[in-house]
Ligand binder design. Structure first.
Ligand code: HEC
Length: 201
C-alpha cells in the first residue's frame, strides 16, 4: 500500500520536525534566558555586598519602620528603604523591601525580633542604560535573609531569581516582577508613590 507508506513517512517527518523545533526552542530559551544566568547571579551577589556595606541588609542593617503591606506576593509586614548606591562603575537607585511573615504577625513582634520573621528581601536596582531599555533598566532580585538568591522552577529547572525577572506575562504571576511592576502608577515601575528615583528617565 504505497499511499499508506507515504502517509506514515509524512507523519514521521512531521513528528521529527516538531521534536527538533521543541529542542531548538528549549535550547534558545536556555541561552537567551532573561534571568538567572551566571552573570545575573554574580551581579546579584555584588549588589548584596554593597547593600550590606550600606547597612540596608544583613546582620548590621539599620532598623527601619515596619508597616502592614497589603499586596501579594510580598510579605505581610514590610520595611522599605531606597537610595542611590555605587555597584562597580555604576551609580544607580535601589529600592529594598523586606518581607516579614508569621501567623497574625504584627508590627510590634517584628520590631522585637526582626531576624525571626524576616522571610525574604525583594530588590530592584536601576542598572546602566541599555541593560533592559524596555523596562527602564531595572535589575530584579529576590534574596533569602542570609543573602542567598531565592529560586523558582521554570521548564523543569531551578532558576535563581536575579536579572530581568520576567519579561512578558509569566505563567506563574507570582514571580513576574516586571510583569506586575510595569502596571505601577507613574510609569516608573515603583508602586509606593513616595519613592521617587532621582534618575527617572
Ligand atoms: C503580583 C504583583 C507583583 C509581583 C509579581 C511583584 N511585585 Fe513587587 N510590589 C508589588 C506591589 C503591589 C508593591 C507595593 C505594595 C506592597 O508591597 O505591599 C510592591 C513593592 C515592591 C518593592 C518596593 C518598591 C515599590 O515598587 O513600591 C520592591 C523593591 C519590589 N516590590 C520588588 C519585587 C521583586 C524583586 C519582584 C520579583 C521577584 C516583585 N516585586 C514581584 C507587586 C508585585
Amino acid at each position: 500500500m504505497p499511499k499508506l507508506d507515504q502517509f506514515r513517512r509524512n507523519v514521521r517527518a512531521s513528528l521529527l520536525a516538531a521534536a527538533l523545533l521543541t529542542l531548538i526552542t528549549a535550547c534558545s530559551s536556555l541561552f537567551n534566558r532573561p534571568a538567572g544566568t551566571p552573570a545575573d547571579v554574580d551581579y546579584a551577589q555584588h549588589l548584596w555586598s554593597v547593600l550590606q556595606q550600606e547597612r540596608m541588609v544583613g546582620e548590621h542593617a539599620r532598623p527601619l519602620k515596619p508597616f502592614i503591606g497589603a499586596a501579594r506576593p510580598h510579605g505581610w509586614v514590610l520595611e522599605v528603604d531606597s537610595r542611590t548606591i555605587q555597584v562597580g562603575g555604576h551609580r544607580g537607585f535601589v529600592v529594598v523591601k523586606k518581607n516579614y511573615n508569621g501567623d497574625n504577625l504584627g508590627i510590634a513582634e517584628v520590631e522585637r525580633d526582626r531576624s525571626r520573621y524576616l522571610d525574604s528581601i525583594s530588590v530592584m536596582f536601576r542598572r546602566e542604560p541599555g541593560y533592559d531599555p524596555d523596562n527602564q533598566d531595572w535589575f530584579w532580585a529576590q534574596y533569602k535573609p542570609g543573602g542567598q538568591l531565592s529560586s523558582m522552577r521554570r521548564m523543569g529547572m531551578e532558576i535563581a531569581m536575579a536579572g530581568r525577572l520576567i519579561k512578558g506575562a509569566a505563567p506563574d504571576r507570582n514571580q513576574g516582577c516586571i510583569y506586575c511592576h510595569s502596571s505601577a502608577g507613574g510609569g516608573d515601575y515603583i508602586f509606593y508613590p513616595d519613592i521617587i528615583p532621582p534618575d527617572a528617565p
